[in-house]
Each structure stands twice: as C-alpha cells, then as structure tokens.
Design a protein around this ligand. Structure first.
Ligand code: FAD
Length: 381
C-alpha cells in the first residue's frame, strides 16, 4: 500500500478546523474494526478520525509505505509498472484507492471573478478568521457549502449562499439519525447494477448534513432564518457581476419532493420490517421557503463581497495514471470497480462504485470484499 503522505492523509491535511464527520461514530466501522468508543451516536472530529483510521492501520497490520507518491502507472508484461518517487514496482494488479476528493472542483466561470475578490476552496479554508473581513459568497449548497456558510455567518460576516441542485435531508427522522434509516432500510446498500441512471447517481451532490454534538439539522430554512442570503445557481460572471439563476423555487420544490420520497421509502420499509428498536411516528418537514424576490445579480466590484468560497464539489486526481481508461468527461471508466479495458486494474472509494454507500467509510468493507474476489479470480487466470 503506497501512501504519498501519512496514514489518513486527507483527514490530516485537507479538511477545515471545525469539521466533524456527518456520519455517526457507529457508522465509522472498517473491516473487522467497529467503533469502540463511548459515544456511538456522536460525530468524530478530524483528530478522532485520524486516530480511528491509524488504529485500524495498526490493528490490521496493513503494509503501508508512507511518503511514497505514485507518479506513473503503465502496462508491462501483462501487468503494471508503477513508478514512485521511491523507485519502481512491477505487479499484476493495481487497486486505485487514491480517493474521490483529491482536488476541489472550481467551475471555469471563476476565471471571470474580479482580481480584488479572494477565492477560497475547501482545501484552503481552515476557519473564518483567516478570511478577509466583509461579505462572503459561498457557491454550492451541499454538505460543504451549507456547513461553511453557517460557520462563516456565525463569525459575523454577511453571507450569501448560491444554491443549485442539492439533496435535502433532516438530521433526525422518527427519532433516529437519518443515516440509520439510510443503512437499515437498505437504501445505502442498493447495488450499482440495480440503479436506473447510474451516471446520474454517481454525480449526485452530498446531502445537506452536518455532524454536531447537538444533532442539528442544517437546511436552507435554518440558514435563511439565521440571516444568510439565499440566491440561485451562479450561472455567469459578466463585467464583474455575478448572475444567479431565477429557478430557486423549482430547485427547492425538487429537493423537498425527493426528500419526501425518500422518507416515504423509509416508512414503507419500517411498516414491513420487524424492527428491533423503537421509532417515532411518521414526520414531514416544512417545505423550503423561497425568498419572495431572490437577488438575480450581485456586483462583485461594489465591495459587498470580499471573498468567494467554492463549495462546488471535489474530483479525483488521476494525472499520474497514464492509461487510456477515461471517458470523454475525463472520468474513470469502470464496471463496479473493475476498470474497463485494463484487466487487473481496480478502483475503490468512488461514488456509487458498487453500492450507494461506496464513498463513505462504512462502504469500504463490502466493496473491498467484492473487489478482492474479482482480483483473486484475475490472479488465478
Ligand atoms: C469534506 C469531506 C467530508 C467527508 N465526510 C465524510 C463523512 O462524514 N463520513 C464518511 O463516511 N465519509 C466522508 N467523506 C468521504 C471520505 O473521504 C471517504 O469516506 C473516505 O475518506 C474515503 O477513503 P479513501 O481511502 O477512499 O480516500 P482518501 O481518504 O481520500 O484517501 C486516499 C489516499 O490516497 C493518497 N494518494 C492520492 N494520490 C496518491 C498518489 N498518487 N500516490 C500515493 N498516494 C496517493 C492520499 O494522500 C490519501 O491519503 C468526506 C469527504 C470529504 C471530502
């Protein structure tokens, strides 16, 4: 196992100070390594995640070579030649476990942002104190965007949040964490080859969730009530003006509809299941309230906004993978983790790789088992 940094590198280097997992502790189980702490329903801080992953590495005696960066992978003798900054390795199989979120995605329209505005990605962001004082535009309202909008707003800075397609979820449903429902109802276990539009499922944004000791729900109603300005999707920056889409009410209606459908799925599962725990009565939540007249543009040269935070997603970085295994969008072509056209090459940890839960910590175990079985068959010839 080659790791360019240290064990749990992304959790050590690429996250902001206040971040906690949005999955409860009991869900941070790794193969043969359940959460053993005293707060199963809490949410780990980054320090705790690093400890947890490091403890797993030690307990499993994983042969990790740290501070070893893979710089190139090419075909050689029916297998692969892996170049690293510590020498070369020849092997018959390679598993790409280099992560789904190596680079913050910033849309090309960002190039038109006036020079005087500071642009920050979630990898640069540590805490609000490091931002310039003044107004902040947060672009993107998925997990990262809503969490950063909330934290920056609490620091006293005026925040405007630009909202595109998003996934709304309550933190708790019928007295249980919503991710308990995702897991127990089987939704998270749904396999990639049972999903109608797998391309779309793989591109879905992360849910609007935050892990706090108070188990807070953080949705657009909460943010708006706290004073965060809500605008539509950032569609263009022209002559120093940010232009926002007017379809905010539609975006809200769609996200509310999808949330209600998911809750209805949970309800029908609960009706038919012999539950070993108690759940509360059915709930439905207030619709997301759209501002009566959302702003459609913002003059980025007026001084109102001093900083833009791009909460617009993350991408894997495969610049070192010199093989023809990418589609026209530059995405890895794989069939449930087996890379297409490259026998013996596998991926793990990507969105909906084999199951809806694939990109979460708890998704590793089942996916690893399937991929190792495939890999064994490959090695057996
Ligand atoms: C902001 C954020 C919040 C998240 N919150 C949660 C959460 O609450 N719960 C949850 O379950 N999941 C969460 N996730 C998803 C989370 O990243 C995954 O669950 C988990 O980290 C995936 O582990 P991984 O090993 O596949 O990827 P990573 O943790 O990204 O690990 C990949 C490793 O590969 C190394 N690497 C990359 N390229 C090379 C190279 N060329 N050579 C050598 N080494 C290399 C990196 O240094 C890194 O250590 C979150 C993700 C992000 C971005």
């Amino acid at each position: 196992m080659l790791e360019r940094g240290e064990v749990a590198n992304s959790w050590r280097r690429e996250r902001w100070d206040s971040l906690r997992l949005l999955t409860p502790n009991w869900q941070s189980r790794l193969p043969g390594f359940p959460y053993r702490g005293t707060d199963p329903d809490g949410f780990m801080t980054m320090h705790e995640v690093v400890e947890h992953v490091s403890a797993f590495a030690a307990a499993s005696a994983a042969p990790v070579r740290t501070h070893t960066s893979v710089t190139a992978v090419s075909r050689a003798d029916g297998g692969y030649r892996v170049a690293t900054d510590c020498g070369e390795i020849r092997c018959r199989c390679v598993v790409l476990a280099s992560g789904a979120a190596n680079i913050p995605h910033v849309p090309p329209l960002s190039q038109a942002v006036p020079k005087e505005i500071e642009c920050v990605t979630p990898f640069d962001y540590r805490n609000p104190q490091r931002l310039p004082s003044g107004g902040v535009l947060v672009v993107g309202a998925s997990a990262t965007g809503v969490q950063l909008a909330d934290e920056i707003h609490r620091s006293g800075r005026p925040v405007t949040l630009s909202v595109g397609e998003h996934v709304r979820l309550p933190r708790n449903y019928r007295g249980r964490d919503v991710l308990w429902w995702m897991e127990r109802s089987g939704v998270w276990n749904q396999r990639y080859d049972e999903i109608d539009d797998i391309e779309r499922a793989r591109r879905l944004p992360s849910p609007q969730l935050v892990g706090t000791p108070q188990h807070t729900t953080l949705d657009l109603n909460t943010l708006r009530a706290a004073g965060v300005g809500i605008v539509g999707r950032l569609s263009m920056i022209r002559d120093g003006r940010a232009l926002f889409s007017g379809g905010l009410a539609n975006q809200f209606a769609l996200a509310d509809l999808k949330m209600d459908r998911l809750l209805a799925t949970f309800d029908s599962w609960a009706d038919g299941a012999a539950l070993d725990v108690e759940v509360g009565p059915r709930e439905r939540f207030e619709p997301t309230h759209a501002p009566a007249a959302p702003r459609l543009s913002l003059d980025l040269r007026s001084g109102e906004i001093r900083c833009i935070v791009w909460g617009t997603g993350f991408r894997p970085d495969y610049r070192w993978l010199g093989l023809p295994v990418f589609d026209h969008r530059g995405e890895l072509r794989h069939d449930g983790g087996a890379v297409v056209g490259a026998p013996g090459l596998y991926a793990i940890g990507l969105p909906v790789l084999r199951r809806r839960k694939s990109t979460f910590i708890l998704g590793a175990e089942d996916d690893a088992r399937d991929i190792v079985a495939h890999l064994e068959r490959h090695l057996a010839g």
